[in-house]
Design a protein around this ligand. Sequence first.
Ligand code: COA
Length: 182
Amino acid sequence: MEEELLQISLILLNENHTIKPFNCGDNDLNEFLFEKAKLYTKELLATTFILENSTQTVAYYSIFNDSLKVEEEDFISKSALKRFLKVLVSQPKRHLKSFPALKIGRLGIDEKFKGKGLGRLIVNNLISETLELNQRQGCKLITVDAYRESLVFYERLNFEYLTENDKEDETRQMYFDLSTLV
Ligand SMILES: CC(C)(COP(=O)(O)OP(=O)(O)OC[C@H]1O[C@@H](n2cnc3c(N)ncnc32)[C@H](O)[C@@H]1OP(=O)(O)O)[C@@H](O)C(=O)NCCC(=O)NCCS
């Protein structure tokens, strides 16, 4: 990894932190960091972590507890839903239609730092941390409503699509099953 990436520290965002300049090329994600992230922290709606160097914010991500609901209408048939559940859970828990998850609410890498493996590092780190969290509370999946432009990124990280119904939408529901690592 390049020298510049070694100078980065990871910070849990709090009210007193001065957020350094950041631009990931997406206005909504930029705006969330500067206008909303602290408010979300205060109201316990999402926790934001910042990666920064001495001059700028390099990346940030916001996470919160989630529950992935598997609905019949997400699948072309009842048997397709059954097949999906069969892969996700072993007997005798297949009646479960809702799974504990951690959601990546937002993830942005500054334009200057894209393509250097930082996004992968952040998500892989989250995966290991959430796996560890299972020693205290159950969490089966990492979920994300992925922007169209980031679908390939999540595919590369072995996330899967929940349904084909959102194929044409601006965002698609994707998940990573932590039990594939156990
Ligand atoms: C999408 C994003 C988080 C990726 O972060 P990154 O640090 O640039 O990605 P990485 O360098 O870790 O890439 C990991 C892999 O994904 C691929 N990848 C990353 N971004 C990609 C893109 N936009 N299109 C296609 N492939 C992409 C890389 O080529 C790499 O593949 P590899 O397996 O061949 O090595 C970043 O580009 C970003 O902040 N985008 C704007 C905001 C956004 O879309 N956020 C996601 C919200 S859900």
